[in-house]
Ligand binder design. Structure first.
Ligand code: CMP
Length: 482
């Protein structure tokens, strides 16, 4: 395709050159005849006919010069530059070469054909000519100099993706000529932005050799966990074609909106000029990942919340899961199924994000917690540093010390991952104790043991039995038990 075009161009060039040379030959061979024709037949007079013939020669020599300059241009920049240096000269450089070479040749030809005339003086002394030329070339010269400054500054290069301020035109730079910047839009249209516009307008440049990022937006229902969503989307997007492996995509919550949680995923592209396709692929990957992970896109919704008093707002499935969880907690082993159900109905579920604090050491507390799903760490502050005393997972409990003794929280408990805990308050535990006095004793053992773990040096002096006995009586007192 390109080769046939070049061939056609060469043939056209050769024909044009041959025609011009032939015309010049005829002008010289039939000089007397032409001169006579203009001077006598048409009646221009001797000197005017002479000038007219010379002007004709000037025009054809100028044409020949133009053709030669074009040929030279193609030869130097098209062939020599490409092979020798491995790159193509910018269009603007080629244009400047053409203009300078042609002007020089034109001056030379003019001085040969009109030896007496001073072309420079003609240009400089003619004020009217200057004004006309200035006005006519105002825009052209503006573009020309803006083009030179674009070449010097190189704010963008061929292959970069640019968006031009007010025009909001985005495309890949194909060429920077002496008049305009040529970009190919993503609809495969060519847009020409004059150099003076390009120099004036703010331009967003996404360089070809740069890791440029994109943002793709999506949302989920409020019932979908952010930690899970972030993980699922990050993993789905990082594998997509043209998503750079050098930086892991980032998924963030943008807004807690009316219909759901709004997210953005930021990813980096290997080839930015293909961002439309890659954005589409990323959206597609998110859809499939949502499907597999049972996540839901948010859509305009009206949620009808019907509370059932009997279950204190818990949905049926949730209630049975809570009963199952509490039955598996060792300290509740002595409780009957009815007592467990009562406890489950009194329990409130809370979800914590990774690294969120569930309870803070030193705070007052009147409830205990059972880890429903997830993992927490128990941390105490020592010399301004935090020490992890224990890590608790599904089925373990914490917060019982403050609940049973009335003292402040002995440690902070922090979620290690997304964690759901069940909170049981003072009054629910009191009714359990009333029916199961033995429970207080087993709890006293656990609390005494945990206290030892908290401050080994201080408590090791006292025997565990003493501590348990002391705790037993203080719990009984605190809960008003006999
Ligand atoms: P509480 O003092 O109410 O609040 C902090 C909780 O951390 C505490 O109750 C215990 O439930 C828990 N805790 C303290 N020390 C330990 C330990 N050594 N092992 C496990 N859990 C502990």
């Amino acid at each position: 395709m390109n080769r046939t075009r070049t061939k056609k161009k060469i043939i056209a060039f050769l024909i044009a050159t041959a025609l011009v040379v032939l015309t010049l030959y005829l002008l010289y061979s039939f000089h007397d005849l032409l001169h006579n024709l203009f001077a006598v037949r048409i009646g221009l007079g001797e000197s005017s006919a002479n000038t007219f013939v010379r002007v004709l020669r000037l025009v054809f020599f100028a044409l020949l010069a133009y053709l030669l300059v074009r040929a030279l241009n193609s030869l130097i920049f098209g062939l020599v530059f490409r092979f020798r240096r491995g790159f193509e000269a910018p269009a603007l450089v080629r244009n400047i070469f053409t203009i300078i070479a042609f002007t020089a040749l034109f001056f030379l030809i003019f001085s040969r054909i009109f030896p007496g005339a001073n072309l420079g003086a003609l240009f400089t002394t003619s004020a009217i000519f200057g004004v006309i030329l200035g006005l006519a070339l105002q825009d052209t010269l503006g573009n020309f100099f803006a083009g030179i400054s674009l070449q010097a500054d190189r704010p963008f290069q061929v292959g970069d993706v640019i968006t031009v301020g007010a025009l909001r035109q985005t495309g890949v730079v194909e060429e920077i000529t002496w008049r305009a910047v040529k970009i190919r839009t993503f609809a495969n249209h060519i847009v020409l932005i004059s150099n003076s516009t390009a120099a004036k307008e703010p331009i967003e440049v996404c360089p070809r050799n740069n890791l440029n990022a994109r943002l793709v937006f999506f949302n989920t229902l409020y019932s979908d966990s952010p930690a899970k969503t972030i993980h699922v989307v990050r993993e789905a997007v990082r594998e997509a074609d043209n998503v750079s492996q050098k930086i892991t995509p980032v998924v963030r919550i943008r807004n807690l909106a009316d219909n759901g949680v709004d997210y953005e995923v930021k990813y980096w592209l290997d080839d930015y000029s293909k961002y439309n396709d890659t954005d589409a692929l990323v959206r597609q990957r998110i859809w499939y990942a949502f499907r597999r992970a049972k996540l839901n896109f948010a859509y305009p919704t009206r949620t009808l919340l019907i509370e059932r008093r009997a279950t204190a707002g818990l949905r049926e499935g949730e209630e049975s899961a809570i009963i199952e969880r509490l039955s598996a907690v060792d300290i509740f082993a002595p409780l009957s199924p009815d007592e467990i159900t009562t406890l489950a109905q009194a329990a409130t579920s809370h979800v914590f994000a990774p690294e969120e604090t569930v309870i803070r050491g030193g705070d007052p507390g009147s409830s205990m917690f059972v880890v429903h799903n997830g993992r927490v760490s128990v941390e105490v502050a020592e010399n301004g540093m935090s020490r992890t005393v224990a890590t608790l997972s599904d089925g373990a409990f914490f917060g019982e010390m403050a609940l049973f003794t009335g003292e402040p929280r002995t440690a902070s408990v922090v979620a290690l991952e997304e964690t759901e805990v069940l909170e049981i308050g003072h009054s629910a535990m009191k009714s359990v104790f009333d029916n199961n006095p033995d429970l207080v004793e087993s709890l006293s053992h656990i609390i005494a043991e945990r206290r030892q773990g908290l401050a080994a040096t201080e408590d090791s002096a006292r025997s565990k039995e003493d501590a348990t006995a002391g705790l037993l009586s203080s719990i009984k007192r605190f809960f008003g038990l006999k």
